[in-house]
Structures are given as C-alpha cells and as structure tokens.
Design a protein around this ligand. Structure first.
Ligand code: TNX
Length: 516
C-alpha cells in the first residue's frame, strides 16, 4: 500500500518518466521508416516496361510540394494535388521552385523517350521527378505514382519505395466503348465511366451514340432525332439524349484526363431510331415504329435518296464541330438489310463526308468491303477475313475481337447480366491472348490498338456497368499498354488482387472470378 506522502513523492517522478517516454516515442516516430512497398514489388496495372529498385523511400508528408516545369502542366499538377489530398488529407503546395521534398513534373524534349506518351519516374528519399515529352505522358506517370501511393501500408504515413520506372505504351490507341443507345446513361454516369478508365492509362472513349433503339445526340438541323428517336430505349424506358452542351461537357471532362472521345453514328444499318424520326429517310416515305427489342440487322437508310446524304452531311458536320479528336466512327456493322452493292456505295459516300470535315473514319470491320481510304481504320470485331482484307489494302486495325473483348459477354453460364453469342469470357480468357498472334499474319505495326466495348442491351445501371467491366477491363489495360513480353498471368493475378482492394474502397462493384 502506498501512503499519501509516498504518493506525493511519486507524482513528480511519474511526470518525468512520462515526459521521457513522450520524447522517446515522438523522436522514434520521426526516425522509424514508414511502411512502404518496395518499387519492384508494387502491384502496378498495366505493368510498366522497366522498374529499377533503389534504396529507401520517399515520404509524402506535410512538407511535400508539387513543382512543374511548364504552365501547361498546371492542370495535371492540380490533379495530383487532389489525388494526394483525397488519400492522405495532406494539401501539397504547388510552386515553380525546385527544393527538397518536391514532386517535380517535367516536360522534357528528350530523344531518349521512345514515344510521346512515354514517361520516367525517378524516386529518391528527397524528390520524385516525373518526366515525359508530353503532358499526357506526365499524366500517365501520375497515374503510376497514385498506384504506388495506394500501396502504402497504413493510413497514418505515406511513402513510396525509391527507384526508377521507365515506361511507354505498346499501342497508341487504348480504348473502351460505351453503348449509350440501347440504354441511355447520363452525363454523370459517363463521367463515372471515364473515372474508371483513367487509372489504367486508357486514352480513348468511344460513344455509340445511335442505334435502332435510340438516337442520343442533339443535331440542331434535325431536331426530331432526339425528340422522337431519343425518347425510348431497350425495354421501353424513357431513353434520353445529350444536348450538344452535354456532349461538350463529356468531351472536356475526358480531355482533362487525356482521353479522346470518339463519336459513333452507326449506319446504314442500326438506324431505326433515325428512320422513326423522319419519314423522308425511308425509301417508302413512311416512318418506322420506335423499337425497344434487342434484334439486330433489320434497318437500313435509303441509300439511293439524295436526302440521306444531306442528312449524313449535317450530322457529321455538327458532331465534328464539337469533337476535337481526329476520329469519327461511322459504324457499318451488321447491315443485313442493305444489299452488298448498295452498302459499298454507301460506305464510299460516307467516307467522303467524314474526310470533308477533316476526320479520320473508323468503321466496324465490314467497311473494308468498300474501297476505303488508306487512313480509314477497320475495327476488327468478328471477321478475320475482313481483318485480313483491311490489312491487305494497307489499312490499320483497331482490335476488339468479340470472343475476347466484348464486356457484355457473360463471365460464365450463371452470370445474370449480358449475352453469350460470342461465348463466355472469364478473366483468364480476357487476359490470355495477344493481338499480334490472334489473326495469322497480322502484326503489331498493322494494329493501332485495342478497344473493349460494352454493349448495353442488358445493362441498365452504373452497378451493372461496373460488374461487367471489372475486373476484365484491367486485363485489356495490360494488353493495350504493356509490352507483350511483360504479360504474365500469375503476376497479373497477384497485382489484380491488390487493385481489387482499391476498387473495394471506391465502392466499385466487380465480378469475383474463381480464377483469382
Ligand atoms: C454485335 S459488335 C453488335 C452490336 C450488339 C452486340 C451485342 C457490333 C459491331 N454489332 O450491335 O450490341 O453484338 O453483343
């Protein structure tokens, strides 16, 4: 038992002991290295070209500032500051002066970079430098840095392992397509989709803006298109459309993330929504009924009528005027209701209109049946014969083989959403194939890149989108960006497990693949 007088003696001693303990603990804290993942063990998707591990780590703390070499990097600098803030609560200052504890963003016109989107990240205990010949490359480097930061092991201190990453994309075009026609998705839903593409270095978003079930973009010179043709969707819901202002908002949001929007008006088939909106587009001058089913191949523009080409000219002109990217997608698939000779004539005429508005045409692989210009891109989705036909003419291909890349295909026989006409696509099916040996004699230099389409006959909500897209989208990210020799299914699976935890935190739904 301690009596009162003993207690009074012990009190100051206890205070001294506690203050020592405090000093010891707080000194210890600043000296203890924060938990971090070594650079060579980071779970990056898509896998970079080269990772050289260094010694130590860079700690992201309240002293860190972001420095950029060029005013044009102000937006990406802000983007990084916000990304750090949302993860750590820190508010890095942005300045133009080099010092210690900086993350420095540098535009460098260095011949050592193999492509415009290539970038390097150098991480030491004092600084991080991200450099690239282009803003886009710096942005992709930032995406890598954010993935590294997400690898910090606790929520108190933030650090990334030291070393160097040298990286560049395998293909220039890395895209995904969203079908906003079969079911309409709002501007905010499309922005969310863009947010899902951004971390994985995708740089194109193809919007399928018209089909039998819905016309989704305002054309001022043909207002009935959206009034009538935009008024419904698969299943008979109320549909919707983007005003040109809405579309510009999507384009700008994507551009801030170095993603180029590719608009598609599908024709001459897949045109019932337009045919229901204007009598004169029909050969018999009678408007069709609106369509809310999921059949394909029954509609066609009237290819012999001059008004058809006046209409297409107006549509391509208005959309091109608000599309900064170089591509215009003119569809051309499944035109079973158009005779082949008419189809060929039609595609040739449309191509002239597209080039009149200074756009490069992309068409589904059937367009190679026409005498297409050498810069027209054929999107290979179904026919190897068409793919070979296009390359024989010297045209480039965009790879979207349905049995590997259609994200509307079910994962397996019990997947509730989706279709199965091209087969089930499990995660390993999505990953374990390569564009350069998929069709005999077609090689990388004939391929501009890859695009993963999401058709939406059965997809109605944001959660539906997420479930069908993840985790397959990460397989496509790696096929599009990473060098072929870096592909490695076992490694991908372990990196993917890490990325899925991140999707959990973001509340993004995904399919739990038994292959993982
Ligand atoms: C084929 S792919 C289509 C689309 C459908 C899709 C469903 C292509 C060029 N045409 O019209 O939505 O299958 O998977």
């Amino acid at each position: 038992m301690i009596n009162l007088s003993q207690k009074n003696v012990l009190k100051p001693l206890r205070l001294i002991f506690l203050s020592f303990l405090f000093v010891f603990v707080s000194c210890g804290e600043s000296k203890t290295p924060p938990p971090f993942i070594k650079l060579s063990e980071a779970s990056l998707i898509p896998a970079p070209v080269e990772v050289n591990q260094g010694n130590g780590y860079f700690e992201v703390n309240e002293e860190v500032s972001i420095v950029s070499s060029d005013e044009s990097l102000a937006f990406v600098s802000d983007y990084l500051a916000k990304a750090i803030n949302s993860r750590t609560g820190l508010s890095p200052k942005e300045s133009s002066e080099e010092s210690k504890n900086t993350i420095s963003l540098q535009l460098k016109d260095d011949a050592a970079f193999a492509s415009a989107e290539a970038y390097t990240i150098e991480i030491s205990s004092e600084n991080i430098e991200i450099s690239s010949p282009s803003e886009a490359g710096v942005f992709f480097g930032i995406q890598t840095l954010i993935q590294l930061l997400d690898g910090t092991k606790d929520n108190e201190r933030w650090a990334v392992g030291a070393g160097e990453i040298n990286d560049k994309p395998r293909f220039d075009y890395r895209g995904s397509m969203l079908d906003v026609s079969r079911h309409f998705f709002t501007v905010d839903q499309v922005k969310h989709y863009i947010d899902l593409l951004t971390p994985y270095k995708f740089n194109h978003l193809h919007l399928h803006l018209s089909d039998d079930q819905g016309w989704r973009i305002e054309i001022k010179s043909w207002p009935e298109l959206t009034k009538v043709g935009g008024s419904t969707e698969v299943g008979g819901g109320e549909g919707g459309f983007y005003t040109q202002e809405d579309y510009k908002e999507i384009v700008a949001y994507a551009a801030e993330r170095y993603i180029t929007v590719v608009p598609e008006i599908d024709m001459p088939g897949h045109t019932n929504a337009a045919l229901a909106s204007y009598t004169e587009l029909n050969c018999d001058d009678k408007a069709t009924e609106l369509y809310t089913g999921i059949e394909v191949g029954f509609s066609s523009f009237c290819v012999d009528k001059p008004v058809t080409y006046k209409f297409i000219d107006d549509v391509v002109r208005e959309i091109s005027a608000i599309t900064p990217g170089k591509y215009f997608h003119a569809g051309g698939d499944e035109s079973h209701a158009t005779e082949e000779k008419d189809y060929i004539k039609f595609v040739d005429s449309v191509q002239k209109i597209v080039s009149k508005y200074n756009k490069t045409m992309i068409g589904w692989d059937e367009v190679q049946l026409a005498s297409i210009d050498s810069n027209t891109v054929a999107q290979f989705w179904a026919s190897e014969e068409n793919a070979k036909g296009a390359t024989a003419k010297g045209n480039k291909l965009l790879f979207s083989p349905a049995s590997k890349m259609y994200m509307d295909m079910k994962y397996d026989s019990i997947t509730k959403l989706g279709l199965k006409w091209a087969g089930y696509i499990e995660l390993d099916d999505a990953y374990n194939w390569d564009p350069s040996n998929y069709v005999q004699d077609i090689t990388d230099d004939q391929i501009i890149g890859i695009e993963a389409p999401l058709w939406t006959e059965t997809i109605e909500t944001t959660k539906d989108i997420e479930y069908m897209v993840f985790p397959r989208l990460l397989a496509y990210a790696e096929i599009g960006w990473s060098q072929a020799e870096k592909k490695d299914w076992e490694g991908f699976k372990s990196r993917l497990k890490f990325q899925l935890k991140k999707l959990d935190k973001l509340d993004v739904l995904y399919y739990n693949s038994p292959k993982l």
